[in-house]
Design a protein around this ligand. Structure first.
Ligand code: 5GP
Ligand code: ZN
Length: 115
């Protein structure tokens, strides 16, 4: 756990999170400020601050995060209609929390463009 990291604290159960999935490597919980009916954050238990910090050894972890998003989308009933997976990286990428996370967003028509 990294001191002062809000997602590490949620993973550790120190502060509440609305968990939708967890296993030995990944935790997924609802975003506190959802931008759509489904807005889930898929987070590795291990503290990796951003895509920038990813290493070759993390390839499998990233794959698991994407597969986790896929199964949560099915659970949420949005798989067929479609959804968006987003990873923000760094200041200009709009990353606010410095613990790697994959946004799963869906449940409404997403109209805004990528940038
Ligand atoms: P970023 O901009 O870093 O990609 O996204 C961070 C996300 O984390 C934001 O959508 C924000 O609403 C969410 N968030 C920030 N603090 C908390 C928190 O304490 N709990 C939960 N569930 N989500 C949070
Ligand atoms: Zn962390």
């Amino acid at each position: 756990m990294t001191d002062g990291c809000i997602f590490c604290r949620i993973i550790a159960g120190e502060i509440p999170g609305d968990l939708v999935y967890q296993d030995s490597e990944i935790v997924a919980f609802r975003d506190v400020h959802p931008v759509a009916p489904t807005h889930v954050l898929i987070v590795p238990r291990k503290h990796v601050s951003s895509v920038r910090e990813l290493a070759e050894a993390d390839v499998e972890l990233i794959g698991r995060m994407v597969l986790c998003a896929k199964s949560i989308a099915e659970q949420e009933g949005i798989a067929e209609r479609g959804y968006r997976l987003v990873v923000n990286c760094g200041a200009e990428g709009g990353q606010l929390v410095q613990h790697l996370h994959l946004h799963l967003v869906g449940g409404r028509q997403l109209t805004d463009s990528i940038g």
